[in-house]
Design a protein around this ligand. Structure first.
Ligand code: GLN
Length: 533
């Protein structure tokens, strides 16, 4: 029987609940306990695909083409697993399901209510996830903060689930904030006390508190939290700031977290081995060199917008024994004042990530032009792939006004056009070309050298593509398309032979990058950047 660990959050959002969840998963996994993980997002959107990255951070894409919350990235990276659309529950999904059933007469004669109909559906979906892989433990992270109106039905459903399944089979871990007041340096417990009170009002007594703080929790703070929140002293854990999120499992495990959870759930470890991970942490704390990479994007103020890009760069650096220092460059600034492109003069490599919409796009094109002409290693991803083709069309083929029809529907040279199957699509949610698709790589190309094979699987998220009519002209002038999909119809990788490293992908290699297994595309890019130092 699958047991559950429920992770709730208190005090404020953005505490790193996703990382804590992933870390708990890794601790359990290292003890031979099989885990699966799911996320509950209490918003009304059916999925986060149409949300602005400024509000919600990046959109993660799963192998099966689901647009998911960025916490899925933490889960996949830490646990080295592949999740799918069924691992996400949103209020939107739950209500769609219940309302559809109501219209079909599934509740004939009844008044449909939040309790029990919505809460029953929540429990049903969680149990369905448990049946997907039958793990020993299913981790269930609840997005948002305790006390939010939106999360009430979910917490109520989980309270019921605990009652139905027995206390020894469901554990509640509450992640909260313990701020330090600078003036006195005192760790304040009141916000945590209040948020635990909120949970108790719903009928949930947390078993374990994981406290986010800047410095390790002091013994007095622990004692106070234990007393006021009615948890054992050993059940108050310090999750203090560390240089890398990958250290979190070690920080928690050193406080006996693994034994604690196993004890509470009456699970027996099969082996005990965080050794490999500890070795990895030791390695990333003693990197020998560093390399400077510019990421030219539109949402650079909010780092969560490009979290997977930043992680994939770091992963490549780990492999090459190098730290990666990211210089965030706002493309709109370059667009407003093109002379600012000189901010790129001190970097070893330039990356243009995925993106949408016209604002900032000319700034990205300027950056690509700078990389191409100054022979600075370049990696373009999705939008950064499409704009590399636009830049080449303008700068090398001399096609003035060349553009993507996404940005200029009347362009005389539509280098990037809408995917034919997208033309008729009216509904926006979940309708892009999404998920893992097989890509054929041409032998003898840089792409082939990087991936070391001729068929790869990478994740996609786009509506537009390279216009096949222009390909011959591109290839005659030195930009080749070294990987394609759908029987050669879709361009997937472009490169410029002769340039130190000019490579761009229509797909998103960052989603398959793992801390100890970097994405080949990122690895070759960072390597070229190191050689360019
Ligand atoms: N806006 C482009 C498209 O829809 C690129 C998308 C992306 O970068 N993810 O095709």
């Amino acid at each position: 029987m699958t047991k559950y660990v429920i992770i709730t959050g208190g005090v404020l959002s953005g505490l790193g609940k996703g990382v804590t969840t992933a870390a708990i998963g890794l601790i359990l996994k290292s003890r031979g306990i099989s885990v699966d993980v799911c996320k509950i997002d209490p918003y009304l959107n059916v999925d986060p695909g149409l949300m602005n990255p400024y509000q919600h951070g990046e959109v993660w894409v799963t192998k099966d083409g689901y647009e998911a919350d960025l916490d899925f990235g933490h889960y996949e990276r830490f646990l080295d697993i592949e999740l799918g659309r069924d691992h996400n529950i949103t209020t939107g999904k739950i209500y769609l399901e219940v309302l559809d059933r109501e219209r079909k007469g599934g509740y004939l004669g009844q008044t449909v209510q939040v309790i029990p109909h919505i809460t029953d559906e929540v429990k049903k979906q969680i149990q369905m996830i448990a049946r997907l892989n039958h793990p020993d433990v299913l981790l269930v992270e609840i997005g948002g903060t305790t006390g939010d109106i939106e999360s009430m039905p979910f917490l109520e459903a989980l309270r019921q689930l605990r009652m139905e399944n027995g206390r020894e089979n469901i554990l509640f871990v509450h992640v909260t904030l313990v701020p330090t007041l600078d003036a006195v340096g005192e760790q304040k417990t009141k916000p945590t006390q209040h948020s635990v009170k909120e949970l108790r009002a719903i009928g949930i007594q947390p078993d374990i508190l994981v406290c986010r703080t800047d410095k390790p929790l002091l013994p007095d703070t622990k004692a106070k939290l234990s007393l006021f929140c009615d948890v054992g002293k050993l059940d108050v854990l310090s999750n203090h700031d560390v240089p890398s999120v990958y250290e979190v499992p070690v920080v928690l495990d050193e406080q006996g977290f693994g034994d604690n959870i196993l004890g509470k759930l009456s699970l027996r470890e099969k082996h005990h081995d965080l050794k490999d991970w500890r070795r990895f942490i030791k390695h990333i704390k003693s990197l020998k060199q560093s390399v400077r990479i510019a990421v030219v994007g539109k949402y650079t103020d909010l780092r969560d917008s490009y979290i997977s890009i930043a992680e994939a760069l770091k992963h490549a650096g780990y492999e090459l024994n190098s730290a990666v220092d990211i210089k965030w460059v706002e493309s709109i600034d370059l667009e407003d004042d093109p002379s600012k492109v000189e901010v790129l003069s001190d970097v070893d490599g330039i990356l243009v990530p995925g993106g949408f919409g016209v604002r900032g796009s000319e700034g990205k094109i300027l950056a690509i032009n700078y990389a191409r002409e100054n022979k600075i290693p370049y990696l373009g991803i999705c939008f950064g792939f499409q704009l590399a083709a636009v830049e080449f069309a303008r700068g090398v083929l001399g096609l003035r006004g060349a553009n993507s029809v996404e940005l200029d529907p009347k362009t005389p040279h539509p280098v990037i056009d809408i995917l034919p199957e997208q033309k008729e699509i009216k509904q926006m949610g979940g309708t892009m070309r999404l998920g893992e698709i097989a890509v054929d790589v041409e032998s003898g190309t840089l792409a082939n050298a990087i991936y070391g094979c001729t068929v790869i699987g990478e994740r996609h998220r786009h509506r537009f593509e390279v216009n096949p009519d222009l390909i011959r002209r591109f290839e005659e002038r030195g930009m080749i398309f070294s990987a394609r999909s759908d029987n050669g119809r879709r361009m997937e990788i472009l490169e410029i032979p002769g340039h130190p490293h000019f490579l761009a992908t229509q797909f998103h290699p960052e989603f398959k990058s793992r801390p100890q297994r970097p994405s080949p595309a990122f690895l070759s890019f960072v390597k070229a950047a190191l050689e360019n130092k």
